[in-house]
Ligand binder design. Sequence first.
Ligand SMILES: O=C(O)C1=C[C@@H](OP(=O)(O)O)[C@@H](O)[C@H](O)C1
Ligand SMILES: C=C(OP(=O)(O)O)C(=O)O
Length: 413
Amino acid sequence: MTDVAIPGSKSLTARALFLAACADGTSVLHRPLWSDDTEAFAAGLAALGYAVDVRPDRCTVRGSTSGPPAPGADVFCRDAGTAARFLPTLGALGHGVFAFDGSEQLRRRPLGPLVGALAALGVDVRAEEREGHLPVTVRGAGLKGGALTLDAGLSSQFLTGLLLAAPLMTEGLEVTVTDLVSVPYVEMTLAMMRRFGVQATRTGDTFTVPPGRYRAGDYLVEPDASTASYFLAAAALTGRSVTVPGLGADALQGDVRFAEVLGRMGADVTLAADSVTVTGPERLSGVTVNMRDISDTMPTLAAIAPFADGPVRIEDVYNTRVKECDRLDACATNLARLGVRVETGRDWIQVWPGTPRAAEIDCRGDHRIAMSFSVTGLRTPGLTLDDPGCVKKTFPEFHEVLADLVREWSHDS
Ligand SMILES: O=C(O)C1=C[C@@H](OP(=O)(O)O)[C@@H](O)[C@H](O)C1
Ligand SMILES: C=C(OP(=O)(O)O)C(=O)O
């Protein structure tokens, strides 16, 4: 049995940093993820005036219960959707002019529903170049809160950004969603708010957060379940076995359910409370799966799909078109380059069995395209990536760790 150590969750790290920044006192995050996204998040908090001490295996944050200590700031979110969708709500809680910008890639991604929600709460917020996109300037004057409706059909991060900040609004917040994707990420938000001492509730489509105080404390970050998907898929594809310790049925991350998809395809899956083990079958089976809740793992599945004995169809993943790239199109185009039959519609992709041939993968600067097709490469001699370094967004050491795992497997046999 081979264990693989997966770094901390990006989503849990970002939320823990935010909650620690809003808490009464000093918090310590243990085993956070340090990658481009979370470094951008921590640097954003530092720009907003919070005292953030970043160490390799922990991070100490001194909170402020009245919004950002800085009287104004320029925050550069790099490629991080989490930073772009969470940090502007902190600016709105503060007093001063807070400017948010990001990379060209992040500027292309939608921000409109968050900007609209802040405006509906009375915040002076302006998109400086293109409606509903970065760069955005927030003139913070404290937030009263209240009730609003929100379309979270393109990203749940708009809702998370509002919920996390809500206890610091003088009247709290009631948000009714007209649409919502990636529900497990919102459940993760609510669970972490509880962990930091605030009880938010959900009734149907309405989320209610009372005004309150977050309690500072220690927080241990789980390994990242989306990152784990590449290693689980690698085992499923090569008929090997891998265990990810620290991540199991008790995880706060919905993406741990990717293991169940591999189980439906014939892999042997053991989901214990705090570990997951996958052993690959002789041949994977085709499957039809709705990935609305776990869409970050859509490229992982698409990339191993040609090796199944029947078609693999992935449904209800429209919002993967507005991630780091248009992921449905990137998966389809790259599979076609490999000589695999593939079809896509507005919100689905179907991949037929085939034998991928050597080609260069067009990563489009998207870490998940790079990591997913690296797994395809385990059974496709001559497959290369045009931009292997883009994995730095969530896992700078990805290629080394995958190579180590393959080496261990070859020693075992
Ligand atoms: O809240 C979060 O931490 C995330 C939510 C998801 O985004 P969407 O809600 O945009 O699908 C996910 O894809 C992203 O990687 C992280
Ligand atoms: C969509 C992603 O990232 P984010 O939205 O946090 O930039 C991702 O990591 O797949």
